[in-house]
Design a protein around this ligand. Sequence first.
Ligand code: ZN
Length: 80
Amino acid sequence: MTCTEFLARMTDYFDGTIAKELEAEVRQHMCECSHCEVVVNTTRQTIEIYRDTDVYELSTDTRERLIANIMSKCRGKGCA
Ligand SMILES: [Zn+2]
């Protein structure tokens, strides 16, 4: 799984709507890719912050910022 594929599936992973076999791939990518691990941790923290304030959905803006950030980090490392 590439970072691009990972990021495309991350929302489903957090929503719990991801297919079982894809979930395994997502977890494996997280273990292997420190960049995406950071994104996941940041996203999880963001979700938890918003959950406390009853704003559960991660805004498109926040998600796009996260994805842009990770893509720029991955670029040049041959992982995206
Ligand atoms: Zn990655």
